[in-house]
Design a protein around this ligand. Structure first.
Ligand code: T46
Length: 136
């Protein structure tokens, strides 16, 4: 049995007349201990990234510049989410098929994760995702 969770997180913006600041702390603003951070940028508009699910990994995606669409699927339910604000995160856990598309030229997508990179946690085959989802 794998978990499958998907929801948005609103971060507090500590703004003043100098501009905005967002602070992200372990287990407070992000619902897990952060073990890894990576970021995606310079992806062309026509490119589709992702196209996989995870077995256990918990992640929060934050588009700190520009915009990107995230197409997510849990079982046979599909949800399209646009990330275009640095104060919104998208929590994705486990058996959620996700694709990132329509990256704007200036898009920078930061991802924090509860574990280090582990290829064995990926489900990159859609039929395998469907099979595991139906058994879940
Ligand atoms: C995810 C979405 C949102 C590493 O060596 N270490 C890492 O931490 C990551 C994330 C990737 N890589 C390597 C593996 C590949 O050779 O970087 C290359 C590109 O990775 P991938 O094709 O998996 O990238 P995306 O953008 O399709 O997916 C990534 C994450 O891999 C994935 O976990 O949920 O962003």
């Amino acid at each position: 049995m794998y978990e499958a969770k998907l929801y948005k997180i609103d971060f507090d913006v500590k703004g003043d007349d100098r501009g905005a600041l967002i602070a992200i702390e372990n287990s407070k603003d992000i619902p897990f201990d952060i073990k890894r951070l990576y970021y995606i940028y310079g992806t062309q508009e026509h490119v589709v990234r992702g196209k996989h699910a995870h077995k256990k990994l918990k992640q929060v995606l934050i588009c700190v510049s520009g915009s990107v669409d995230i197409k997510c699927q849990i079982k046979d339910q599909i949800e399209n989410i646009t990330l275009n604000s640095p104060n919104v995160g998208l929590y994705i856990e486990g058996l959620v098929w996700h694709e990132m598309l329509h990256f704007s030229n200036d898009a920078v997508l930061i991802v924090v994760a509860d574990n280090v990179y582990d290829e064995s946690d990926y489900i990159r085959n859609y039929d395998m995702f469907s099979k595991l989802s139906s058994e879940n």
